[in-house]
Ligand binder design. Structure first.
Ligand SMILES: Nc1ncnc2c1ncn2[C@@H]1O[C@H](COP(=O)(O)OP(=O)(O)O)[C@@H](O)[C@H]1O
Ligand SMILES: Nc1ncnc2c1ncn2[C@@H]1O[C@H](COP(=O)(O)OP(=O)(O)O)[C@@H](O)[C@H]1O
Ligand code: SF4
Ligand SMILES: [Mg+2]
Ligand SMILES: [Mg+2]
Lengths: 272, 272
């Protein structure tokens, strides 16, 4: 059975970085992985394709009205480590719904039976969590992603976004929506205050499943359109991704989490 | 003629901080100011109301179907410095369109002729720029805001969001939409690289109109539900807000800016 997971978090928190490295880690653990970038920035798979952004699903659909068996190869590209890479794309700002690319991409992937065609074991959706509506809510709402991992730092705006994502998960949990498997801590080194994230994870009814350390080699590799696997294969940071990959392919127990009230979050944050 | 300005920027960039301090600065310059928080977080005016979040327009409308002359006092509260404070509110995550609160709030304010009733000189809309669609695009699209100020740091995700907002402005510029008056630099001290923002401002056809320094007294005052005006009245940081206020009430020349291609942004950012 195909495992589908979604990585959510506020913009700039490290979703692309973490999902691309996790995707490679999972291939090293023997899995056939499809990474679907759902950020209208379309920059989730660029570091697996040597700095190249592939044609997005929305691009092809806008031009040709649909993805056909002949055009699917335009949008699913084999990247570093054998990861299959795809970008949903997004509409122009001010036009329609920002999440529209995700809706169209996901429907196209399903229509074309992509997972079967490419023999996919694991699908990773990289999804912005700044707003949890329209297409951005789709991977959770429809339970396309059975499991959600939320990336956060100790900053209030990131925790607030995480709480919003959790509200979304809670809302659809009983209707077959994706459940929460854990929190990925990525404070990017800024005055790391790990106890803050710990406390919030607890309050949400979940736990931290990985802590990615600050590593300037990450943006460094990004400038070359590559991952740490290529640029610094001995980096200890890679162990975090390998360990997260191992957890993901082991039995996991996602939960229907408990969102917090804004007031309680604010009070709790001030105390920590 | 009432001046309406919108402060846009990605989540967490400093919109609430800057708009609330700017609002007070403008009252000190003799203006009657209405600050309308359009962030579903509803935390734009909390520091002008001693840490209290007022009833949001969306709350009242959901309960009572509309804002009436008798309920308008529930949603327009007089805050510190005499600033009139209002929160649009937002729907629950996963339900409908995240910007819905803005659409409803703005329509209600217009229906009730609020600006006239409260003798408003200047309206400030504090609007998230993570997605420029639905209600979030409304202040620009309808030219409700004649002028837009974009807050950014030197980080790529903030510049990308700024570029998206600029795409939105460009799209509606010829149809009477809001134009761009300038960039507010708020790098929050993180390895301040001012030349990065300068270069992007130039490329966009605009300029930096204010630079807010890193000041730990800002989050410090926020923890007390207050602004720097109350907690540190002699702080030099306040001069930045006063100067920005003076610029805003002087003749301004907003422009239809030039958005950049993602590729060009990426290349430019790497070089800087
Ligand atoms: N642990 C980390 N250490 C150092 N830099 C990081 C780390 N995680 C992410 N970054 C950098 O932060 C920036 C934003 O990360 P990105 O993955 O693009 O965020 P998102 O996809 O959530 O918008 C990138 O430049 C990335 O290299
Ligand atoms: N110049 C600054 N120096 C220090 N802290 C800042 C500065 N600007 C903003 N902050 C802090 O950053 C956090 C996010 O700012 P906020 O105004 O809430 O962002 P937004 O409204 O854009 O989401 C707040 O805790 C705020 O106090
Ligand atoms: S549903 Fe969300 S993404 Fe779609 S238009 Fe509304 S705010 Fe934008
Ligand atoms: Mg990304
Ligand atoms: Mg805010």
């Amino acid at each position: 059975k195909i495992k589908q997971i979604a990585l959510y978090g506020k913009g700039g928190i490290g979703k692309s970085t973490i999902s691309s490295h996790l995707a490679v880690a999972l291939t090293r653990l023997g899995k056939n992985v499809l990474l679907v970038g759902c950020d209208p920035k379309s920059d989730s798979v660029i570091n697996l394709l040597n700095g190249i952004i592939p044609k997005t699903v929305l691009d092809v659909v806008s031009q040709q009205k649909c993805i056909s068996p002949s055009t699917v190869d335009d949008v699913i590209k084999k990247g570093y480590g054998g990861v299959w890479c795809c970008e949903a794309g997004g509409p122009e700002p001010g036009v329609g719904c920002a999440g529209r690319g995700i809706i169209i991409a996901i429907e196209s992937l399903q229509d074309q039976d992509i997972f079967k065609k490419y023999n996919i074991d694991i699908v990773i959706y990289d999804v912005p969590g700044d707003v949890v509506c329209g297409g951005f809510a789709m991977p959770i709402r429809k339970g396309l992603a059975q499991e959600v991992y939320i990336i956060t730092s100790h900053e209030f705006s990131a925790l607030y976004a995480a709480n919003n994502i959790i509200k979304g998960i809670r809302r659809f949990a009983d209707a077959g929506g994706g459940l929460l498997s854990g929190i990925i801590s990525n404070s990017r080194g800024k005055e790391g205050k790990p106890h803050i994230i710990d406390n919030f994870a607890n309050a949400w009814g979940t736990k931290i499943v990985a802590t990615i350390p600050w590593d300037s080699d990450l943006p460094g590799a990004e400038l070359h359109g590559k991952t740490l696997f290529q640029m610094h294969p001995l980096s200890p940071t890679l162990n975090e991704f390998m360990n997260l990959g191992k957890k993901i392919i082991s039995p996991t127990y996602p939960v229907s989490p408990t969102p917090l009230d804004y007031k309680d979050m604010y009070v709790m944050f001030k105390k920590l």
